[in-house]
Write a protein that binds this ligand. Structure first.
Ligand SMILES: Cc1cc2nc3c(=O)[nH]c(=O)nc-3n(C[C@H](O)[C@H](O)[C@H](O)COP(=O)(O)O)c2cc1C
Length: 186
């Protein structure tokens, strides 16, 4: 698949078959990720690949509980609190795999670097027939000591991009894009 086609065709996937992406396809995604640019070529990333269904379920449950415990009542949070209390709401959309990209360097650019690696990984996945979706909903929990312990992350690690991946069970619905706002100078 051509790169422009992957960039315009990629959509977040939230409906997966149970087929688990094998080691070789995950290795291709990781190779694409580490080819991302990074400030001073610091490559401040570390990857955690989770394909244990029980651990993925537990992460969803714990992240929902964390949001319920930390989201202030009111402030327009009622709808969100109701979603976090819903046992049928799986934050990882029952995906067969999670690839977490964490920052390992105390560099001021580490988050940007990891986000670039994440986009490479998602585009590579799309071109190989794999769907993906960044799950910000588990990110705050993963940044707690308990969250890091759950995935065996070392102390200094900062989880940046939790990305679910798997084979799409249905076509994702395209979401509209705004026209770019541009100031042309010269
Ligand atoms: C930082 C970030 C956090 C996101 N968090 C979630 C999430 O928690 N759950 C989810 O289903 N999608 C999440 N998404 C996916 C966005 O909703 C999606 O990218 C956006 O609606 C555009 O749709 P597209 O990716 O299909 O083009 C997140 C995306 C980004 C970049």
């Amino acid at each position: 698949m051509d790169l422009l086609e992957a960039m315009s065709g990629r959509r977040s996937v939230r409906d997966y078959t149970s087929q688990r992406p094998d080691d070789s396809i995950i290795a291709q995604l990781l190779t694409a990720a580490v080819n991302a640019p990074s400030a001073r070529n610091g490559q401040p990333w570390r990857f955690t690949v989770v394909r244990d269904p029980e651990l993925l379920d537990r992460l969803s449950t714990e992240a929902k509980a964390y949001q319920l415990a930390t989201l202030p009542a009111g402030h327009g949070n009622e709808e969100r609190r109701a979603r976090m209390a819903d046992p049928a709401n799986h934050l990882l959309h029952n995906a067969p795999a999670l690839i977490l990209i964490s920052a390992v360097e105390p560099s001021i650019w580490a988050v940007e670097d990891c986000a670039l690696a994440a986009q490479n990984l998602m585009l590579a996945g799309w071109s190989l027939g794999l769907g993906s979706c960044w799950i910000g909903n588990v990110q705050f929990y993963l940044n707690t000591p308990e969250g890091k312990r759950l995935l065996g992350l070392p102390e200094g690690c900062v989880p940046v991009a939790p990305i679910i991946a798997g084979y799409p069970a249905s076509q994702p619905v395209p979401v509209p894009r705004n026209e770019p706002v541009v100031s042309w100078i010269g």
